[in-house]
Design a protein around this ligand. Structure first.
Ligand SMILES: [Cu+2]
Length: 120
């Protein structure tokens, strides 16, 4: 009985180690490892800053409205569409970009306000 229990414990330990190894291998696999980076865009004076932001796939981008007027962040062209609510002064909006590509976006209230996120 004691031997059996010892074997069971060893088996479980081995299984746990195997799972950890497999998970680790997947996590480390180049190209699949998602970035958990963060980046920021400021909305001020009727403009997005920086106008073009280049990030790695998996990056979470936060737009913060520091203007006195209400703005939105709305995708215009790109792999995935996104649209914020109306952002009042101090409000923010976040999008995590999991798909590579170029995302062009505008403020739907002031369409001359344009920005671009390049996801690599
Ligand atoms: Cu606007």
């Amino acid at each position: 009985m004691t031997v059996y229990r010892k074997n069971l414990a060893t088996t479980l330990l081995c299984a746990a180690m195997l799972v950890a190894l497999i998970c680790g291998a997947f996590y480390m696999r180049p190209g699949l490892a998602a970035s958990d980076a963060k980046a920021a865009v400021t909305i001020d004076n009727y403009a997005f800053g920086p106008g073009t932001l280049t990030v790695k796939r998996g990056t979470t981008v936060t737009w913060t409205n520091k203007d006195d007027d209400v703005h939105t962040v709305k995708s215009d062209e790109g792999p995935v569409a996104f649209k914020s609510q109306a952002l009042d002064t101090g409000d923010s909006f976040t999008v995590t970009f999991d798909k590579a590509g170029t995302y062009q976006y505008i403020c739907s209230i002031h369409p001359h306000m344009q920005g671009k996120i390049v996801v690599q």
